[in-house]
Design a protein around this ligand. Structure first.
Ligand SMILES: Cc1ncc(COP(=O)(O)O)c(C=O)c1O
Length: 462
């Protein structure tokens, strides 16, 4: 451990000892019970490592050849949101996320000995993919431990790059323990996907590109998982333009940075499954928190339905397929949580596009439902010949399109000559939906709308 620590400091030119030593030379016990010795020497609570702006510029220079300098272009959503929005399309990286920046830099910074032995990490997806791809490109053996709930597509993609993929552990916490143990046994360097200093420095290159690409930025809105991305981006942007506002966004289902701010240290938050699976990290990194906390001007926590709507808006308006984590910045804007940005120039990193097709389909439907464009209702109509046909004619007369229709006789309590008709239909927009509702209420006595149209928003004119 002492050697690893020294190696890290030598390789990176850092002055800090990452493993704290007590005055008598014994290691301070940062280790506990079963996890004794299973600690990541690069991420130590008692001695967090803040990266510097020079780390980021060094990363930018080193990874230049292996990373796409992705476009950052004005968004078509600018008019509708009243914000001069720019989208940094980092989902266009080869493996679909910004994680390649940090992964490539961390791999390039290994000593020759470490490169030969190889690296290991635990990840649910994007970091694993990035590490496997760049390990393959650079000829460095990579092992990733992916929890059993990791998407099958991502597991298969990692194997495609010739990586050793171990699918084990019910969640990320256990996968990480397995990876640390395996790494220790095999002499592999563990690379934390958000808290390793080189990872954060690599992610910071996204911030450098943004300020090169867009002049006079007022704010950057950055999604937060373990905090590596916001740490790097905030440091890069604030160093060059201290007046730019940095806003962090989390899903309400994994508010780990919010928890850390509340307790003033990385603290485990309770997390639930979320559309923003890339952000589902229960505790932000020690180094990430130390680097980012003072640079973040505002933190917002967004609701799931807004993430679904943001995914839908990006598909419809920008023709961009973005995963939940990458869409949280736009979600916060659409939800009206960042109205102070109206009239300002704001950059949103669209930092990942790895969304399963089935999940994408569900997001689009949820987005439509939350916007009132997909409606579900039950109406009681006459069971005499022509009753249902009359309903269908009525819907067609105002251009409402039926997606599903089903009728039910046996369980209705009212008159025997009535039938309950359940309809799922599409409308053009909220106004059109209101027209439909008024028409149904005028023509039928009993109309019940499903929960899906009790939505969300008056902000949504996009
Ligand atoms: C697409 C996407 N966006 C944002 C993040 C958050 O990055 P970080 O964990 O460095 O905070 C992740 C993390 O995996 C991600 O995959």
């Amino acid at each position: 451990m002492r050697d690893l620590n020294r190696k890290f400091n030598q390789d990176n030119g850092h002055q800090l000892d990452l493993i704290p030593e007590s005055t008598n030379g014994d290691f301070v016990s940062a280790y506990h019970n079963d996890d004794e010795e299973l600690i990541d020497p690069f991420c130590v609570e008692d001695n967090p490592h803040k990266i510097t702006f020079e780390d980021i510029t060094s990363a930018a220079f080193k990874i230049k050849c292996g990373i796409v300098n992705t476009p950052c272009v004005q968004s078509r959503l600018s008019d509708a949101t009243g914000i001069d929005l720019y989208l940094k399309k980092d989902f266009l990286q080869r493996t679909g996320s910004f994680k390649e920046r940090g992964a490539r830099y961390a791999l390039l910074m290994l000593s020759e000995e470490q490169k030969q032995a190889g690296v290991i990490s635990a990840s649910l997806g994007n970091h694993a993919l990035a590490l496997c791809y760049h390990g393959y490109k650079l000829g460095i053996p990579v092992t990733v431990v992916m929890p059993v709930l990791a998407p099958i597509m991502k597991i298969a993609a990692c194997r495609q790059y010739g990586a050793n993929v171990i699918v084990d552990g019910p969640d990320m916490g256990e996968a990480k323990r397995i990876a640390l143990r395996h790494g220790k046994e095999k002499g592999l360097t563990y690379i934390n996907g958000y808290d390793h200093p080189d990872i954060m420095a690599g992610q910071g290159t996204l911030g450098l590109e943004i300020v090169e690409q867009v002049p006079n930025i007022d704010a950057v809105v950055v999604p937060i998982g373990g905090g590596g991305l916001i740490a790097g981006v905030a440091l890069a942007v604030k160093t060059l333009h201290p007046n730019v506002t940095i806003i962090g966004v989390e899903s309400e289902r994994c508010p780990s940075f919010y928890m850390a701010r509340k307790t003033n240290r990385p603290t485990r938050a309770t997390i639930d499954s979320t559309l923003a699976d890339g952000l589902a990290v229960p505790m932000v990194g020690y180094n990430a928190f130390a680097t980012a906390n003072s640079l973040i001007d505002k933190l917002v926590v967004v609701k799931e339905e807004w993430i679904a709507i943001a995914i839908l808006k990006l598909v419809e308006n920008e023709k961009c397929i973005v995963e939940g984590a990458g869409a949280t910045g736009l979600a916060a804007i659409l939800a009206g949580q960042l109205d102070e940005l109206k009239g300002k120039r704001v950059v949103l990193p669209l930092c990942g596009g790895n969304i399963d097709t089935t999940i994408l389909g569900r997001c689009l439907e949820r987005g439509l439902a939350a916007e009132g464009r997909l409606l579900k209702f039950t109406v009681t109509v006459s069971d005499r010949p022509g009753g249902i046909a009359e309903l269908c004619r009525m819907l067609a007369s105002i251009g409402v399109s039926i997606k599903d229709i089903m009728h039910e006789r046996a369980w209705i309590m009212s008159d025997i000559f009535s039938v309950d008709v359940k309809v799922v239909c599409e409308t053009r927009d909220r106004e059109h939906a209101t027209q439909l509702k008024n028409m149904l209420h005028q023509n039928y006595q009993r109309v019940v709308f499903g929960t899906s149209d009790n939505s969300t928003s008056h902000h949504l004119n996009v």
